[in-house]
Structures are given as C-alpha cells and as structure tokens.
Design a protein around this ligand. Structure first.
Ligand SMILES: Cc1cc2nc3c(=O)[nH]c(=O)nc-3n(C[C@H](O)[C@H](O)[C@H](O)COP(=O)(O)OP(=O)(O)OC[C@H]3O[C@@H](n4cnc5c(N)ncnc54)[C@H](O)[C@@H]3O)c2cc1C
Length: 498
C-alpha cells in the first residue's frame, strides 16, 4: 500500500477545477487528500469558452450529465468551426472544420478522392463543406444530439460560460471530497533537492503537500517562478500575443458552431452561448495597438457607437520545457498556451492530467515515468502548434504586412514543412501524417479540410475535366445522403430548451 498522498492544487480557474475533478474521480478509491487553493483577488482569466469533442469524455468521466451541467453554464453544442476570410482564393473565402460523425465514413472517401485529383489538375468538387454531416448541421443550426439506440454516433464539443463552468466544477469537486481554501500564496519554499517544501500564504501560514499542481494561469507561480523551469516561446511561429473581448446579445436562432473571421491583424471569434455571444479579437501587438484592435473588432460587430465594455488581455504563447518537474505538475496556462484558434487548451488540460495519473500510478506513485510523460505532453503541444501555424502559413491575404509576414514565415517546423510539401507536390498526405504519427492529434480529415478549405489547388484555368473514373462520386448524391442523415436532428434552440 502506497502512502496517502497530499495534493495541493494552486489555482481555481478551469484548469484547477478540471484537475481536481479528474484526480478525485480516478483516485476516489485511494482516499487521497486533495485541496484546491485560490486567491479570489487575483481572479481567473475568464475566457476559454469553446471546446473540442474530448470535453464530453471528461464530463462523462467525472459523472456530470449534460442535463445537469449545460443549463448551469449557459452551454450550447458545437459541431465545428467556420473559418471566414482566411483565404482569398475564389470559391474558398470560407470553409468549415467539422467534428466527425460516423456517416462521414461513407462520404470522406469521396472528399479525399476529389481533393487528391483536383491537386493533380482535374476539375472536381474539392471544397470540404460538401462532404461532412457537421457542415450541414452547422448550416441549418441543428443540434448534434442523437436519441438513444440511434444507429450512428456523432462527435461534438461545447460552448459555455467559463466562469460558470468553474463554479459548476467546484461544486462537483466538493461532492468528491476535494477541500477548498481561499489564500494567496506569496512565497514558495524549496528543499535541498529543489523540490517544493511548502507554500507560504499572505496570512502567514505554510501549506505542505507531496504533490503540488500549478494551475496559477500565466503567472505560473510554481513551475516557472519558483522552480525556474524554462519557457519555450512560440512567438516566432505564432505572432498573436493579445486579445480584446466583448459580449453581444444572442439571436433568436442559436448557432452550433464557432465562427473565426480573419481580420487585419489576427482573427475574431464568435462563440454562441444560450445567454449571449462571446466575441474576441486575437491579434499581434507588434502590428496593431490595443485601441486599434478594439476599434476594428467593434466595426466588425457593428458596435462602433454601442456602449459595450471591452476587456483587454495579453497572451504568452509557448510551453514550459517540463510540465512535471520535481514534485510539481503544471496544468493549464501555467504549462503553456497555443493560441485559441482551434480551442485546444482544455483538451490539453484534460490530456495533461489524465496522462499524469497514468504515469504516476504506473511508477507506483513516484516520478519514474516523468521524462517519458514530459516528452509526450510536449509533443502534443508541438503538434497542436503546427496545425495552428499552418492556418497562418497558407493564408493568401495581402491586405496587411501581418498576413504577408505570416505567409512568408520560414520558421516552421520540419514536420509542418513535410506535410505542406506532400500537399503541394500532389502526394497523399494521409501517408505523411501516419509516418509522422500526427493523425492522433488532429485527424487526417482536419488537415485535409484545412488545406482544401483554403483552396490550395491549381487555379481554375489550370484544371481539366476528368474521365468517368475520376468523376465516380456525384456531389448531388452526397448532399442527399447527408440531408437524409440530418433528418433526425432537432433545431439547436429546441434541443437546448428540451
Ligand atoms: C483570448 C483567449 C481565448 C481562449 N479561448 C479558449 C477556448 O476557446 N477554448 C479553450 O479550451 N481555451 C481557451 N483559452 C484558454 C483558457 O482560457 C484557459 O486554458 C483556461 O481558462 C484555464 O485557465 P487556467 O485555469 O490555467 O488559469 P486562470 O483562469 O488564469 O486561473 C488561475 C487561478 O490561479 C489562481 N492564482 C494565481 N496565482 C495565485 C496565488 N499566488 N495564490 C493563490 N491563487 C493564485 C487565481 O486566483 C486563479 O484561480 C483561451 C485563452 C485566451 C487568453
């Protein structure tokens, strides 16, 4: 029997509460002592309102039913992300990045076939939006919820109010025995081996634990400030380092997609909740100042004259060299951040904690597997980074130096370079993704949708008609198949009020 572990989680943002719930659930039989500490006067970042599909797995794991948590958090369903104005190629000014559904297994081969041959100069429909069920659900504002015993599965994510999600997860954690304290940590004591020996609070108390989980957000109070684990910046790959955020009213019909619109110096998100729409502009402060960004966002939303308060944020993009160092695990913004274009941060939180639990247990509650673990999480960061960088590298906008410099940026990884080379030289990128083992992070379909969705094909004038074999898939038949598959889905708003 291993000794009882005392775990202190410092920070009560989404990362802290997700870590608390996962640990308390997975280690419920071990009677660990888990305490979450936060300083309310520091506050949470209060953004981060879109997810990827694995959040459903997290909620299922901790035993949170949709009927329980979604209403509490003003949550909506999300079937993917619509990208607008990232490409200037005719016919490709927007595309949809879908979360996958089982019927896509029948239609994706047609997309791959057409897209592959179009790259080789044959005039076939190569826009991804024609081939996936989620694109249809997004266009028609249908909820991705299937009745029990339905013959196929569909992946989806969520949009939610991050402050309310934190509160919900806090209540859930309490039911699992997680203790909660309010205190501000002002100093961190280290022992002779460089482990954390205790946290000194503003009230003069010292809090001790066997394992310290740093969820202090961009402050990274334990992992970076106290343990001095170096931070590897992604600034040369990803230029955006600031955001301005404001909220607008919800419309009668609620969208089930995030919309990401490229603006002059970055991109704006629109995230639909039941109570409001969250909007933000993620931009590079090297190209545009905060006032300018706010004005551009207001103009984009038609709010130049409106009395709506905006909030400005700075972002630190990159990752720590070790996520687990000494007796400290960093989770959330303290471990790093890849900008929010694909809403991957909470997925990273989940993965960081879930893999830690496995590694820690496998090593008999020691750090035996720490190095393997750190390599694995860092690879995930790099894989997500490259998928995001690709959106900038292949853009074809010429309206500002920001977009031109992104398109010219040669500081991309060898991995991304190989994928792009495979695409433009007409190779099968599925093979390249498998060779690099990258399809476990973003699936093959995601990469193909991105590159096809930007219209990275020969120009229309270069395309030639194909023979019968090339034309074996009929777009009209695929549309009809998808339309029929979608017949059983309810309007999003109706599903949310059910
Ligand atoms: C512009 C922007 C948009 C984003 N959009 C998305 C998105 O769509 N999807 C997504 O998944 N993610 C998104 N993210 C990321 C997401 O916001 C974060 O991953 C998530 O909110 C987790 O934050 P956190 O818990 O790590 O940090 P925080 O929310 O900053 O929480 C930090 C906590 O630490 C506590 N704390 C700090 N120092 C001390 C101390 N000394 N003593 C005691 N307590 C302390 C604070 O009180 C607070 O409770 C976005 C981020 C940004 C910047």
């Amino acid at each position: 029997m291993h000794p009882k572990q005392r775990i202190v989680i410092l920070g009560g943002g989404t990362a802290g509460w997700m870590a608390a719930n996962l640990m308390a659930t997975k280690w419920a039989h071990l009677d660990f002592d888990i305490t979450l500490i936060e300083a309310p006067d520091i506050g949470i970042i209060g953004v981060g309102e879109g997810s990827t599909p694995p959040l459903k797995g997290f909620m299922d794991t901790i035993g949170a039913q949709e009927s329980e948590w979604m209403a509490d958090c003003n949550a909506t369903y999300k079937v993917g992300i619509s990208f607008k104005n990232w490409s200037t190629k005719p016919g490709f000014s927007r595309y949809f990045h879908p979360f996958l559904a089982q019927p896509d297994e029948f239609t994706a081969p047609a997309f791959f076939h057409n897209s592959f041959l179009r790259r080789k100069g044959i005039d076939l429909e190569g826009h991804p939006d024609h081939f996936f069920l989620a694109s249809h659900l997004a266009e028609h504002k249908l909820a991705p919820v299937v009745p029990e015993h339905f013959p196929f599965e569909i992946n989806y994510g969520y949009h939610f109010d991050s402050a309310l999600l934190g509160k919900f997860l806090g209540r859930k954690a309490a039911t699992k025995g997680v203790k909660y304290r309010q205190a501000k940590v002002v100093d961190v004591a280290l022992d002779e081996q460089g482990n954390i020996a205790g946290l000194h609070t503003e009230q003069g108390e010292t809090i001790r634990a066997d394992l310290y989980v740093d969820c202090t957000g961009f402050r990274a109070q334990l992992i970076q400030q106290a343990l001095k684990v170096p931070f590897r910046s992604y600034a040369e790959n990803l230029f955006n380092d600031a955001a301005v955020v404001l909220q607008t009213e919800q419309r009668p019909e609620i969208a089930c997609q995030t919309v990401s619109t490229a603006l002059k110096y970055g991109w704006a998100w629109a995230i639909p909740l039941t109570s409001r729409i969250g909007n933000g502009y993620v931009y590079s402060s090297s190209f545009c100042d905060a006032d300018h960004a706010e004005t551009e966002l207001r103009a984009h939303l038609g709010l130049l004259e409106a009395d709506v308060q905006a909030r400005h944020l700075k972002m630190k993009v990159g990752r720590v060299e070790q996520h687990w160092a000494k007796n400290c695990l960093a989770v959330g913004l303290s471990q790093g951040f890849v900008e929010p274009l694909e809403a991957t941060a909470l997925d990273m939180v989940q993965e960081t904690v879930a893999r830690f639990i496995e590694a820690f247990e496998k090593g008999g509650f020691t750090d035996t597997h720490r190095d393997d673990y750190n390599r694995r999480i860092s690879s995930r960061f790099e894989a997500v980074r490259d998928y995001i960088v690709c959106h900038y590298r292949v853009n074809s906008r010429t309206d500002t130096d920001y977009w031109l410099e992104n398109a010219r940026n040669e500081k991309v990884s060898a991995s991304l370079r190989s994928i792009l080379h495979a695409w433009v030289s007409g190779q099968n990128i599925t093979d390249e993704l498998q060779r690099q083992k990258l399809d476990i992070y973003f699936p093959n379909v995601s990469w193909n949708c991105l590159l096809a969705g930007y219209g990275i094909y020969p120009t229309q004038a270069q395309l030639k008609p194909g023979n019968a074999l090339a034309n074996k898939y009929k777009t009209a038949d695929i549309h009809e198949f998808i339309r029929r598959c979608a017949l059983n889905f309810k309007p999003h708003r109706e599903q949310l009020s059910a």
